[in-house]
Each structure stands twice: as C-alpha cells, then as structure tokens.
Design a binder for this molecule. Structure first.
Ligand SMILES: C[S@@+](CC[C@H](N)C(=O)[O-])C[C@H]1O[C@@H](n2cnc3c(N)ncnc32)[C@H](O)[C@@H]1O
Length: 231
C-alpha cells in the first residue's frame, strides 16, 4: 500500500512563459495521450448522458486547454453556443486551442484564477458540467474536500481523471525520459503519482447524502477516474 504524499510540482512554480514550463505543457499532451484521459472521460460521460447537452463546461486546472479540446472532439452531441471555460491559476491557454474551440462554435473563455476561489465566486447555473484532468491531486485531503463540495454546489456533472497511485504508474512515471520529457515533467510525474488516488478515495471526500450517483475506478494502465452525476 502506497500512502498518498504531496510535494510541490515545478510546473506550478514556474512562470507560464518559462521555456521549461512551455516544454512541460507540451510533454503533458503526450502524457495525456498515453494515459488516454480524454478518451476515458468522454466514454464515462457518454455512458451516463448519451445526448449530452450541457450549457457550460468548466475545465479546472485547464493548462494549455489541449485536454478539453480533445475531450469535446469526442462528444459530438455538444451544441454550438455551449460555453467552455478554461480555468487555471496560470495564463497558459494556447491561442490555437482557443481558436479551435471557437471554430467548433463554442463560446470559449479563459479564466486566470484559483480554481476553488473562482468556483465559490460563481452563482450556480443550470447545465454546468465540471471537468478536471490531472488537477485534483494537487490538493491535500481537507482542501480537496472543500473543492469537491464547491463543485457539488455548482455542477450537474463532474468528471475527473487523475494519476493512479500505484507501483506500476510510479515505475512508468520514472521512464518518461524515454519519450523525451524534460526535467520539469520527469520530476512532476513522479510527484503526481505519489499524490494520486486509488480505490474510493475521492468518493469518500465527496459530500455525503447529496443526491449524486458516483463512479470511481481504474481507467487504462495509469489513470484513476471519478464521475459524479446529480440524480
Ligand atoms: C498537471 S497540469 C494539468 C493541465 C491540464 N489539465 C492538462 O491535462 O494538460 C495542472 C494544472 O493545474 C493548474 N493549477 C494548479 N493549482 C491550481 C489552482 N489552485 N487553481 C487553478 N489552477 C491550478 C496548474 O497551473 C496546471 O496548469
């Protein structure tokens, strides 16, 4: 049993335009592809809402936005005019990603803010879905409980993919030199797996008795998937 442990990630400390951060965000695109996170999350959401029609999609810790772009490509039922909000503490959204989302007819906004503070400042809006990819593992348990509470207060559906905490994902995170990942990515990947999740750890932190259907499971070789749907 590997205990969950948190350490600062280098990408969180570097300015968004630092070449090491830019390189690491590029590595993250390949890591997301290897983990299959957009695919896992699209499949999970489509299984519970085949005719998906949210009015607003919020991606917490969106980074450069490439993840949400890949995710929306996999959900063809999303209507033009749907709002897509990329929320990140860093100003890291890629202009090409924003253009691609707008070209698909979405109303795209970049929000530079702390995810939890921003959520708390928002009025609840019907039709809001919240996504988080490789984001929840940044939070220690009590803060994570607060974040999940804030999400439950504002969303109709929440889906997250995180590193699975386990020996195999840890071993794989130590091999990222093989795909040419830079030093920031190699450091953060190991830290992220140690801060990742397993079993029902996220469900245990989700607000109890709140009228939600929860799913939490392994996804692919390296990921841990959580889905909460208001019933
Ligand atoms: C590992 S990256 C993942 C980025 C993106 N979701 C992806 O899949 O490529 C984590 C992101 O969370 C952001 N982040 C970390 N803590 C945050 C917070 N408290 N509020 C908002 N964003 C945060 C970081 O700036 C970073 O872009």
């Amino acid at each position: 049993m590997m205990e969950r442990s948190l350490q600062t990630e280098l990408l969180d400390e570097l300015p968004a335009d630092d070449p090491r951060a830019v390189g690491s965000r590029r590595d993250l695109r390949r890591i997301n592809a290897l983990m299959g996170n957009a695919r896992h999350m699209a499949r999970a959401v489509s299984a519970v809402t085949p005719q998906a029609a949210p009015r607003r999609i919020v991606d917490l810790g969106a980074g450069d936005g490439d993840f949400v772009l890949r995710w929306v490509h996999r959900i063809p039922s999303l209507a033009p005019g749907t709002e897509v909000l990329l929320v990140d503490r860093q100003d890291a959204a890629d202009a090409r990603v924003l253009t691609a989302l707008n070209d698909r007819g979405f109303r795209t906004h970049q929000v530079s803010a702390d995810g939890l503070a921003w959520l708390r400042s928002q009025p609840a809006q019907a039709g809001t879905w919240v996504l988080a990819n490789l984001f929840l593992h940044h939070f220690p348990p009590e803060r994570l409980r607060e974040l999940l509470q804030a999400i439950a207060a504002k969303a109709e559906l929440f889906c997250a993919c995180e590193p699975r905490r386990g020996w195999w994902p840890l071993a794989a995170s130590r091999m990222l030199r093989l795909i040419g990942a830079n030093a920031v990515t190699r450091h953060d990947a190991v830290v992220s797996v140690r801060a990742g999740f397993q079993d029902g750890e996220l469900s245990a932190l989700w607000p109890a008795d709140s009228g939600w259907r929860l799913q939490e499971q392994r996804a692919g070789l390296f990921s841990h998937l959580f889905l909460a749907q208001r019933v």
